[in-house]
Design a protein around this ligand. Structure first.
Ligand SMILES: [Zn+2]
Length: 345
């Protein structure tokens, strides 16, 4: 796309992390744009697909001035075609944050799964007071100390700040649907766990999977329970939905939402499953020693000082493991003074 060199090999891509803001053609007609992020996970991969009807962008990045500048540099003066589209894989702000910017400033149509779009709308519109109340009730139930509850009470709506706007119009993308981008047919695979309806795109012809955050080469995608999905079993759904990837070719090229393209999807899925199996056993053993709340368990699993943001993910991750163990009949829940603790059955 940027010049006539052949696309680099997967080995080359694995060794060479692309420069932030630069385009690297990963396969013919599909380029990776690495975007810097202002959070500990310091980048996201956005993909650009050349299509006769117009440019197709997969995910948009976080709402920061730096990223908006990268988009302007990348898109200004370029022929975007008659129907440029941005497919957003899930509502997380590092993926969704600038979808509205692409729509407003460059006329992109937005494609999303319905649940992801609804959550983005709900989170962006929620009042600070409402978020504070839901969050505090949720973490109090899971045994959080009064000091930490106060800190959470004052966080406000962090989602709204990290998102440029929520476009009113979008085209719904559904599991099993086929989409043609750049002459390749992609089947939509929606997977739950990291978010409720994350969109992955599989092209059997091209032996290619755009895996979003569902399958990352080295990071374990978080499968947390937060106040907005308090009754969910995201880890159970995450593990179950790996079945949807069972028929992929073993040498399928995976283009992930973070880190580098890789092959070996089935090996990676097996690693992710065994990682969670180990964690489930750890959590079970701690609860067998004595009844524990999620907030008591979080520092046992996640060592070191956690800031507020990390604490939310750590506690949310623990809750996900507790919920799955409870669902499997290995743990039971007790309530004392409105606080939940879990012990072996
Ligand atoms: Zn994500």
């Amino acid at each position: 796309m940027t010049d006539s060199r052949p696309a680099p090999t997967v080995d080359w891509l694995w060794q060479h992390s692309p420069e932030p803001g630069s385009l690297t053609e990963v396969v013919d007609g599909i380029s990776l744009l690495r975007m810097p992020l202002p959070i500990r996970l310091n980048h996201i991969n956005v993909y650009l697909i050349e299509d006769d009807d117009g440019l197709v962008v997969i995910d948009a990045g976080y709402n920061t001035p730096e990223l908006r500048e990268i988009w302007r540099n990348t898109l200004s003066g370029r022929d975007l075609g008659r129907d440029p589209r941005v497919l957003c894989t899930h509502y997380h702000p590092d993926h969704f944050g600038l979808v509205g910017f692409l729509a407003d400033e460059f006329g992109f149509r937005v494609l999303m799964a319905q649940t992801e779009r609804i959550i983005a709308g709900f989170l962006s519109q929620a009042h600070d007071d409402q978020i504070a109340e839901n969050t505090v009730n949720f973490y109090r139930r899971h045994g959080m100390s009064a000091d930490n509850l106060d800190a959470h009470r004052n966080r406000g709506n962090s989602f709204r700040k990290s998102v440029y706007s929520v476009p009113a119009d979008y085209v719904r993308v559904r599991d099993g649907q086929t989409l043609t981008f750049g002459g390749r047919t992609f089947t939509v695979i929606t997977a739950s766990g990291h978010t409720p309806e994350q969109v992955c795109l599989h092209s059997a012809d091209a032996n290619l999977l755009l895996s979003a955050d569902q399958i990352l080469p080295r990071i374990t995608p978080n499968t947390s329970v937060f106040s907005y999905n308090a009754g969910a079993n995201p880890l159970g759904e995450f593990l179950e939905d790996f079945d949807k990837f069972a028929t992929l070719e073993s040498d399928c090229l995976v283009l992930p939402g973070h880190d580098r393209p890789f092959r070996g999807v089935h090996g990676r899925i097996a690693e992710l499953k065994s990682h969670h199996d180990d964690r489930l056993e750890e959590v079970f053993d701690w609860c067998r020693e004595s009844p524990r709340t999620a907030c008591e368990l979080a520092p046992l699993m996640f060592k070191g000082d956690l800031d507020l943001h990390q604490q939310m993910f750590a506690v949310g991750e623990i809750i996900a493991h507790l919920v799955l163990l409870e669902q499997r009949g290995r743990l039971k829940r007790q309530t004392h003074d409105g606080v939940w603790s879990f012990s072996a059955t």
